[in-house]
Design a protein around this ligand. Structure first.
Ligand code: PHE
Length: 500
């Protein structure tokens, strides 16, 4: 059913099949030809009409059949024929009076017609047979035809015979009976014709025990029902594996007594860089690393105190025990707006606002870096971020927490390596071992925030901080080699993926 996708009922198919070999057909006739009951045909015709596959022309039609007189005449012949037969019986000539007695009142008319037809010739009261009597009259043929068919529709009578009908009707009452009837003639529409060829195929419409036992389905096309075809797949809606995993991460932190914090995707440089003691000349701030929303400038009026303290930390390390970065800090630079390059911006603005002595918070979110996309880098990815603030917390607690977190998610083979971040001391990174490639894969960074970070914001206690890659964990779990797989819309892969 190329063009027409709606499935057809077996009755509809039978009707289409029958109609495909006919120009037009009357509904009764269709029932006979398609071996359906008249009721089935009527129902099917309604459906097909609604689908614009067939049209039904209703018109009134006249039918001709033999009247009582006609029935009699078909046995005896028309009077002129009887006259000829009588003449034939008595040799080639006959006394007119003898024949006239036989034909009674019909004689005069019969003689007139027989003479006109040149069947007989009259000579001094005698009738002579002419050779032309062997020609048949159109009237005779038509009567026989009607007798044979029982009745004949005016629509089916050729024009030359219509003439004959009317002369027979006029000739004598009861010869021809005329009746009027409504008829419904069916024909395929353009659309119906285009799909009927499919319907004509000898399809199996329903599977019966016979078909299965005899294997009839092997030799006949199984368009409607293909018992050998696989059943259609049903795909229930599901969440993206990234989303699933994010929720698992959330639950893991919640189960460890953490609270989730949130923040916007765009951030001022103040929170994304400056509050983290990242010097304003640091390469990470360059355009080729960071997406700037260059038309925007933030108003930092509300943070006058923090700004004073941050400037002082950058310029001379005031009150932190270090000498700072030794340059002139610019508030202009701090008011630029970026797409956050790490979720640490959320952590730090939380610390600035709450100045907690104790805290356990985490966040999960998207971050952006101006990097070329390849199998292990994507300009946008997700981070799992958090801090523990407390009077007595230390690096050991951080390592324990991280190990616990990873093992809860099913990653047992991880280790820690020293590294550098401008905002932590000490600084560490987590690595996971990849059996397959025999390599260590970096999962994220962590450390204890430097006093240059915490003191300007009024946080007195040590802060353990981490920022981990979510995407790499998903890649490990689902054995994905290309990070871009997670950001595409590869439905086939998503459907097949088993949740773990
Ligand atoms: N922000 C760092 C990154 O994006 C990770 C980190 C967070 C490191 C917190 C130390 C402390 O890689």
């Amino acid at each position: 059913m190329s063009e027409y996708s709606q499935p057809l009922h077996p009755i509809e198919k039978k009707i289409l099949k029958t109609l495909s070999s006919l120009e037009e057909v009357e509904i009764q006739e269709l029932a006979k030809l398609s071996i359906l009951s008249i009721d089935q045909v009527r129902r099917g015709v309604e459906w097909l009409k609604a689908k614009d596959l067939i049209t039904v022309k209703e018109n009134e039609n006249e039918f001709y059949s033999l009247g009582e007189e006609g029935q009699r005449i078909i046995k005896t012949g028309l009077p002129e024929r009887r006259l000829v037969n009588a003449v034939k019986k008595s040799g080639s000539s006959e006394e007119i009076t003898k024949v006239s007695r036989e034909l009674e009142s019909e004689f005069a008319a019969a003689l007139g017609i027989a003479k006109k037809n040149r069947w007989v010739r009259v000579d001094r009261n005698r009738l002579y047979l002419e050779k032309e009597h062997e020609n048949r009259e159109p009237e005779e043929d038509l009567l026989e035809k009607i007798a044979g068919l029982g009745r004949i529709s005016r629509a089916d009578i050729p024009p030359e015979e219509l003439q004959t009908i009317s002369s027979l009707t006029k000739r004598r009452e009861g010869l021809i009976k005329e009746t009027k009837e409504k008829t419904f003639r069916l024909a395929l529409t353009q659309k119906g014709r285009s799909i009927s060829s499919d319907a004509v195929a000898d399809e199996i419409d329903e599977i019966t025990p016979e078909i299965l036992i005899t294997g009839g389905w092997e030799s006949r096309p199984l368009r409607a029902i293909d018992v050998t075809s696989p059943s259609p797949a049903v795909h229930a809606g599901r969440r993206h594996p990234m989303r699933e995993f994010m929720d698992e991460v959330r639950e893991t932190f919640l189960s460890l007594g953490f609270e989730e914090i949130y923040g916007p995707l765009s951030q001022t440089a103040l929170w994304n860089f400056d509050a983290l003691f990242i010097p304003q000349q640091h390469p990470a701030r360059e355009m080729q690393d960071t997406f700037y929303l260059s038309k925007l400038k933030a108003r930092l009026d509300d943070y006058a105190d923090e700004i004073r303290a941050i400037r002082s930390a950058h310029e001379q390390g005031a009150g932190t025990g270090s000498r700072g970065w030794r340059y002139e800090w610019s508030v202009e630079e701090a008011s630029r707006v970026v797409l956050r390059t790490h979720t640490t911006a959320i952590t730090i603005s939380y610390l600035a606002e709450k100045k907690p002595d104790e805290a356990r918070v985490f966040s999960v979110g998207r971050v952006f870096r101006n990097e070329k996309s390849n199998y292990k880098h994507n300009p946008e990815f997700y981070q799992i971020e958090g801090v523990t603030v407390g009077e007595k917390v230390n690096v050991r607690n951080l390592l324990y927490l991280m190990t616990k977190f990873y093992s809860k998610l099913g990653f047992n083979e991880i280790k820690f390596w020293p590294t550098f971040f401008p905002y932590t001391e000490p600084s560490l990174q987590t690595m996971a071992y990849l059996e397959k490639s025999g390599r260590w894969m970096e999962l994220g960074g962590m450390g204890v925030f430097r006093p240059e970070v915490t003191l300007p914001l009024g946080v007195k206690n040590p802060v353990l901080a981490w920022g981990l890659s979510l995407d790499r964990l998903v890649m490990l779990r689902y054995e994905i080699n290309d990070i871009r797989q997670l950001f595409g819309a590869n439905i086939g892969w998503l459907r097949k993926l088993k949740l773990m």
